[in-house]
Design a protein around this ligand. Structure first.
Ligand code: KG4
Ligand code: ZN
Length: 335
């Protein structure tokens, strides 16, 4: 049977992205990021994000088709993020996707952004099949999931307060680093040592719950106290200590979850999975425990459209299409 060709579109935050896949093969993966513009404001300004998506989307989609060497008439479906994210930003991609679906008489598939992060692993390993356990860590979510079939997953546990990425962004601000914080904290951490004892919340607790608010408060208090006392302290050591406190627990819990579920495969997704320290620790822990790790390339951990097309393919095969009345949703429960 001929493999379907899908266009994926993503515009939930500050990246305008479009990608074309044939089956699980990536034919193109284009992105225009407004992160540098947003950095001036210390975070994403929704109105600016929407305007920049509007400016970029036509060109990004054209580039994705051109690079893939696919004519729009050859597309079998268009998959587009409908949530969660910034409403105005989502509406740009969704409206564009709807117009293509209508004009080309092809199905529209509304994709849940988080399910897109989960589906990124299918592009990394074309043979990947459930069941597997996933570590999901982005700016909005931190959770451990068990995927039973391509369309069914179970949330084993998640954060009780901030997401891991959110904690990185907040700590970056405390340390005077620019937006987006995660990669800057990682770079600074490389120059320091994890020598400051920091709380690893819920380390011993059962289940797969996480909490980042205590760790974040600890960093704020540490920095303020040291500065007020005029003591010498190292920003790099704070970054390294925070990074290991925030990430070691995720590695430990995902390995525990795989063992509990009897799964031999671990996957990962979301912006925080682009962190080099986490990737090393996860690789090491899976090797030590005899688990197969499917780790998406860094650029497919942060927001991208190939992962949206990948989730679109799962829904396409399941026959789950969306009506043209589909609206954008600012938040969608993980389950
Ligand atoms: O998945 P993503 O691109 O967008 C959301 O769906 O949220 O994740 C963005 C989050 C941000 O909080 C960003 O600081 C974090 O992922 N992030 C990182 C790294 N790269 C991105 N966190 C730690 N280390 C990184 N290298
Ligand atoms: Zn994301």
């Amino acid at each position: 049977m001929k493999e379907p060709i899908l266009l994926g579109i993503e515009s939930s935050c500050d990246e305008t992205a479009a990608a074309v896949i044939r089956g699980r093969k990536i034919l193109s993966d284009e992105i225009a990021s407004s992160a540098q513009v947003q950095a001036k404001y210390g975070g994403v300004v929704p109105e600016i994000a929407s305007r920049l998506h509007t400016d970029a989307i036509d060109d990004v989609v054209s580039r994705a088709l051109r690079t893939a060497n696919v004519k729009k008439e050859e597309l079998d479906a268009v998959a587009v993020t409908y949530g969660a994210g910034l409403l105005g930003a989502l509406l740009v991609g969704l409206s564009f996707g709807k117009a293509l679906s209508y004009a080309l008489h092809i199905p529209l598939i509304g994709v849940n952004h988080i399910r897109g992060h989960l589906a990124a692993a299918y592009l990394e390993d074309e043979e990947l099949k459930p069941p597997f356990v996933t570590l999901l860590a982005s700016g909005g979510h931190t959770a451990i999931l068990y995927t039973r079939t391509e369309t069914e997953f179970e949330v084993l546990g998640g954060t009780l307060d901030d997401a891991a990425g959110e904690a990185f962004d907040k700590v970056a601000r405390i340390l005077g680093l620019p937006y987006p914080g995660g990669p800057h904290v990682e770079a600074l951490a490389r120059e320091g040592k994890p020598c400051i004892p920091m709380p690893q919340m819920l380390k011993g607790a059962g289940g797969y719950s996480f909490s980042y608010s205590g760790l974040k408060t600890y960093v704020i208090n540490y920095v303020h106290t040291m500065s007020q006392r005029g003591e010498v302290w190292s920003r790099a050591d704070v970054a390294a200590s925070f990074q290991s406190a925030a990430l070691d627990i995720l590695v430990k819990k995902v390995v525990e979850a795989a063992k509990e579920k009897g799964a031999d495969t671990v996957t990962a997704g979301g912006g925080v999975i682009a962190n080099g320290y986490l990737r090393e620790k996860l690789t090491e822990a899976c090797r030590e425990n005899g688990l197969r790790l499917v780790l998406p390339a860094k650029k497919r951990c942060t927001d991208n459209a190939a992962m949206i097309a990948s989730e679109g393919l799962i829904q396409y095969r399941a026959g789950n299409f969306s009506p043209l009345t589909l609206n954008a949703a600012a938040s969608i429960p993980l389950k």
